[in-house]
Design a protein around this ligand. Structure first.
Ligand code: MTE
Length: 333
């Protein structure tokens, strides 16, 4: 994120990559129905049915399937066109595997995702270490279609599979003192060549306020496009906080800590004036070195095309705006 500023943003060359056919069909169906070709209740029913179908049958076929139900969480399914699987899994930030956008896809095959445990500790009455198999069964898997807006100025639309992080937090029973949640990710030099670089203070750490972490839209993702997560996207489990810049969505999590005090994230430690704790997507608050008013959708908006406007809270204001009522968002950026 710090690295590319002077040269502008990197983009994949416009290509002939085709989004997954079944997902595309589904989008067409949803649009037709949304346009009123059928009555509203039929439209809703058919859209949900199509989503459920897609989640269980339409994976790209490279990784094990991860079955999911349609999500009923408000705002969990945006109607934007999906970003092609090839872009979602080929244009990544995962600095533990290098700084270039195509490094994670090339290098993350060395990540070992089994056995895997996640320790949940701190201000809770039932601290626990979960095996990944326990976590996969902890709550029903849902398909959710979220916008992901990177602080660098690009965005994607990804069909994730997972469930609300609140399911994990509730299982350990946070105490009254718990006010924040810290997410700590794997840092293993034998698996992650990027750790040789000192671009960040490893392990990669991120934090949320407890009410943000408990918000139903805050997702623990285990899959995308109906399959388990590819390593480069943060296997076997990663956070997705759709109204915040992408760097809050920590990948390959091994520890979750409930805290009384606000933790410092890796990005705050590296440049606090540029990356705040909140990091809510906000087109009115510029990064000190560039505007955040617009964005380019990867694989869709060409370099010569006008960028699209960035939405307040990435378009999730109706769902999450209340969390920040009365706060000065210029100060708490
Ligand atoms: N998590 C870890 N552990 N390491 C990282 O470098 N990069 C973040 C975030 N999570 C990162 C991480 C950034 S900057 C972004 S934009 C998103 O992951 C990118 O997620 P994606 O590659 O699945 O699109």
């Amino acid at each position: 994120m710090l690295i590319k500023t002077d040269q502008g943003f990197e983009h994949p060359t416009p290509s002939d990559i085709t989004p997954r056919a079944v997902f595309e069909q589904r989008r067409g169906l949803l649009k037709t129905l949304a346009a009123g070709a059928a009555g509203p209740s039929l439209a809703l029913w058919a859209a949900r049915d199509a989503r459920a179908q897609a989640a269980t049958t339409a994976g790209p076929g490279r990784l094990p399937k991860l079955a999911a139900q349609r999500s009923t969480v408000e705002g969990a399914v945006v109607m934007d066109k999906l970003t092609a699987y090839e872009h979602v899994t080929g244009y990544n930030n995962f600095y533990e595997f290098g700084l270039e956008k195509n490094d994670p896809a090339r290098l993350a095959h060395t990540l070992r995702t089994r056995p895997w445990t996640v320790t949940v500790e701190g201000e809770c009455t039932k601290p626990r270490t979960f095996g990944i198999e326990d976590l996969l069964k902890l709550a029903p898997m849902e398909e959710r279609i979220y916008r992901l807006r990177c602080v660098e100025g690009w965005s994607m639309v990804v069909p994730w599979v997972g469930y609300s992080v609140s399911n994990i937090l509730r299982a350990v029973e946070p105490t009254g003192k718990a006010k924040f949640v810290e997410f700590i990710t794997l840092a293993d030099r034998t698996q992650m060549p990027g750790l040789r670089s000192s671009v960040l203070d490893w392990p990669y750490k991120e934090g949320l306020r407890l009410d943000e972490a408990m918000h139903p839209l805050t997702l623990m993702a285990f899959g995308l496009y109906g399959e388990v997560l590819p390593n480069q996207n943060g296997a076997p489990l990663r956070l997705v906080v759709p109204w915040k810049y992408g760097f809050k969505s920590a990948k390959s999590i091994v520890k979750i800590r409930l805290l009384e005090r606000q933790p410092r994230s890796s990005w705050e430690e590296s440049a606090a004036s540029e990356y705040g704790f909140y990091s809510n997507v906000n087109p009115q608050v510029d990064h000190p070195r560039w505007s955040q008013a617009t964005e380019r959708r990867i694989g869709e908006d060409g370099v010569f095309q006008r960028k699209r406007p960035t939405l307040m809270f990435n378009g999730y204001e109706a769902q999450v705006g209340q969390l920040y009522a009365g706060m000065d968002l210029r100060k708490f950026y």
